[in-house]
Design a protein around this ligand. Sequence first.
Ligand code: NAD
Ligand code: DAU
Length: 353
Amino acid sequence: MILVTGGAGFIGANFILDWLAQTGEGVVTLDKLTYAGNLHNLDRLQGDARHVFVHGDIADRALLERLLAEHQPRAIVHFAAESHVDRSIHGPEDFIQTNVVGTFRLLEAARQYWQALPAPEKEAFRFLHVSTDEVYGTLSPTDPAFTEQHNTLPNSPYSASKAASDHLVRAWHHTYGLPVLTTNCSNNYGPLQFPEKLIPLVIVNALAGKDLPIYGDGQQVRDWLYVGDHCGAIRRVLEAGRPGETYNIGGHNEMTNLRIVQGICALLGELRPRADGRPYASQITHVKDRPGHDRRYAIDAGKIERELGWRPAETFDTGIRKTVQWYLDHPEWVAQVQSGAYREWVAQQYATA
Ligand code: NAD
Ligand code: DAU
């Protein structure tokens, strides 16, 4: 079986559901269930003997040692992180604790476990670290897309903490020989994404008749990838990636934030028109910009395509339609995640906008 950290979050949960459907191989999920972790994301696995859920912290070394000894995983897929840039600006400490200290503890536990494995299992073991394109910093409109050779130039507390974890992972390979793989992926969207991130926030706010907040001029560019494609890329890297290598993952889909929001408004107008017949785009509001806001991210995913034959299956049009439809079909999921803690965050983040 494999050990997945952060499996109750957005990408981790999509990964586990896809993994069990595609491979059938067992999964132990370790998740602290922070505000972003939601056990309902794994509801479909209730009673499925192939899945074990463990509530705990990746920074808890004793727990990690117990889990590894008991379940003897052949691989660790490490998603657990504090993941929201705006939250890292308001309160960076949790980001250092989980993304840096937590990853360090996980690496140490993995190293101890891996070193004691018999030769064939030791050879086959993999530690896959899920990271982000944000570690590379920001691009001008004419710069070429990020390759794996791009310097690490993080600009936010979040991206700095992820870059730090990438460096630790690299060093544990270089110094100790731990068979690691690192993936640096662009912006994901799809089912089960917590509505603090742009796309689900806009869908949920639009349906609730609320403002659709665009930071600054809305001309910032992100490279959007459907979450199912990210999960497929991770499976492929785990299967065939070369230990010690990093692989960029992207959607070949650069779009400005304003265009994304206008596109969602148009789609909602088609699938669930407003009762008063007015366009959802009338809810768009420009608010103050994110401090240190990176202007543009773009991923050159040529290496994973050349070496491992991976390309995204979804276009933005097909992926965003599936996503909007999923949120329309799951009002109970949205209501459940919009708990008191969620409302407090929204009040704080958009209060002075
Ligand atoms: P998320 O915030 O939705 O989920 C994170 C999960 O980690 C939650 O279930 C949370 O409870 C858990 N967690 C947090 N701290 C923990 C700890 N100390 N111990 C155990 N579990 C803990 O995040 P996501 O969007 O699913 O991102 C998953 C990973 O992918 C992150 O490492 C993130 O940096 C990376 N990533 C995300 C994107 C994106 O667009 N969302 C893109 C590229 C890379
Ligand atoms: O690039 C990969 C990264 O993508 C991941 O590593 C992060 O975990 C993930 O959160 C995401 O970071 P971003 O900051 O790009 O995503 P977010 O959805 O927060 O914002 C996307 C863009 O939209 C960004 O330019 C900020 C803008 N934005 C966001 C929100 C929440 C707005 O204009 N208004 C908003 O209310």
